[in-house]
Design a binder for this molecule. Structure first.
Ligand SMILES: [Zn+2]
Length: 285
């Protein structure tokens, strides 16, 4: 997920909200969309409510202005945990909306969720416990007692696809769906560069040393606030074996014998597909 073309971010709610403004209304980790929760996946696409519809449905929450997508105002709304579910609408997890709403809306929903989640979890100063207030001029909360400022949290994580000639190193985490393998991934620790993190995680998870990694792409991942930064790296040594309790299995896979892979919306799949295409184009099978 990335910022859609045509999106202009902004901070302050307009004095008059435009009639066509769209609401990304979150109750806990679920988004208000039209239709029934058990509607068939190939049925009508779920729609987002207009901002004016929120009040008309008897709902109320804290609004956060996101900006405008092709001139249409976009507003995140933090609904209370006990907000009712109006007839004709339901609350849906973001993952359940993959491939069901257009990708630009999905990306904006992820952005909205991260801001709403930050709003909910920074109501009090982490240093002195005083209720915080919104800071003017930037997306931040400040403590009126001690001045501590809290910004929306973004947690960098790395993903790396290790190659050895024409083989890919793919691993199964215990939490993956049955049979699925993916590239290695892990969160950056304090004091580390992305490259430090990649070398450490590869060593820790599969006991392998790598050549300097090459950048591939990054993806915002709102579960709950990651920035996934993806690389490839060529094997440089070590006797590969899963050596972290999170890793159920890891193997070198030939290009023509790949296991089940993550779905196409994930950067993991794009990384694997692009690497397979590159290796196929550069050598003889
Ligand atoms: Zn404070």
């Amino acid at each position: 997920m990335h910022t859609p073309a045509g999106f202009e971010p902004a901070l302050s709610m307009p004095a008059v909200v435009s009639a066509g403004a769209v609401a990304f209304a979150w109750r806990r980790d679920k988004l208000l969309v039209s239709g029934a929760a058990d509607a068939p996946r190939d049925g009508p696409m779920p729609m987002l409510p207009g901002f004016a519809t929120i009040a008309a449905l008897g709902l109320a929450g804290t609004p956060h202005f996101l900006g405008a997508q092709d001139g249409v105002d976009c507003i995140a709304v933090n609904l209370p945990d006990n907000a009712p579910e109006p007839a004709g609408w339901h609350y849906a997890g973001l993952r359940s909306l993959f491939f069901r709403i257009p990708e630009p809306l999905l990306a904006l929903a992820g952005r909205a969720f991260q801001i709403v989640e930050w709003d909910r979890t920074h109501r009090y100063c982490g240093r002195c416990g005083t209720p915080t207030r919104d800071k003017t001029g930037e997306r931040a909360k400040e403590c009126p007692a001690c001045g501590q400022v809290a910004y929306p949290r973004v947690s960098p994580a790395m993903m790396v696809l290790v190659t050895r000639g024409r083989e890919l190193l793919l691993a199964r985490a215990s939490r993956f769906p049955s049979g699925m393998y993916s590239a290695l991934a892990g969160f950056v620790e304090p004091g580390e560069t992305i490259e430090d993190c990649i070398r450490r995680e590869v060593r820790e998870e599969v006991n392998v040393e790598i050549a300097p990694p090459a950048y591939f792409a990054s993806q915002s991942w709102a579960f709950p606030h990651s920035l996934m930064i993806a690389y490839t790296a060529e094997y440089a040594g070590g006797d590969m074996r899963p050596s972290d309790e999170e890793i159920a299995d890891a193997q070198w896979f030939a290009l023509d014998a790949l296991p089940a892979l993550p779905p196409g919306i994930s950067i993991a799949r794009r990384l694997i597909d692009a690497t397979v295409a590159r290796l196929r184009a550069t050598g003889s099978c």
